[in-house]
Write a protein that binds this ligand. Structure first.
Ligand SMILES: [Cu+2]
Length: 167
């Protein structure tokens, strides 16, 4: 019975070790840490999706997020969402998004976000979507967006031109 228990211990150890690796969903680029890029499933044929992540600048010089690319999606923009007079609106960040030294910038629903337009196929919950993140100084890094459930985070309706989306 002794060998069996050793086998079990080894199995338990690998259970403990593997998830630590798998769930540490983040990316590092120089002194920039990119945390948990995610998007939402699009089960109803929606052709737009929002992308969200955090960027922590652990360095001593400022940087700037310039662009994000997403595999298979032609139009990806950086957007800012604002509420003025009770109306939510969003606009492209034409000059990028500053990432000051020592600060953490969050792209999240209702705030800064990545706008993916013209999805050629739906995002499926539980899958990963490949992309690339590009900074002014640090250069670029390959990242992956985790596709969360449709209702992950309270849906925030906002105006995108004439169309109302839930990104
Ligand atoms: Cu947007």
């Amino acid at each position: 019975m002794r060998s069996l228990s050793i086998t079990r211990v080894v199995a338990l150890l690998s259970l403990l070790l593997v998830p630590t690796f798998v769930f540490a969903h983040g990316f590092k680029l120089g002194s920039l840490e990119i945390g948990h890029p995610w998007t939402r499933a699009t089960p109803n044929g929606a052709e737009v999706a929002g992308g969200f992540l955090t960027i922590t600048n652990t360095g001593t010089s400022d940087d700037k997020l310039i662009a994000v690319e997403v595999e298979g999606i032609a139009h990806v923009q950086l957007h800012e969402m604002k509420t003025e007079n009770g109306v939510m609106s969003m606009r492209p960040l034409k000059d990028g998004l500053p990432i000051p030294a020592g600060e953490k910038v969050e792209l999240k629903p209702g705030s800064f976000h990545i706008m993916m337009m013209g999805l050629s196929q739906p995002f499926v919950e539980g899958t990963m979507v490949k992309g690339k993140i590009i900074f002014e100084k640090a250069g670029s890094a390959d990242i992956e967006f985790k596709v969360e459930a449709v209702g992950a985070n309270p849906a925030e309706k906002h105006q995108h031109g004439a169309a109302t989306t839930t990104d």
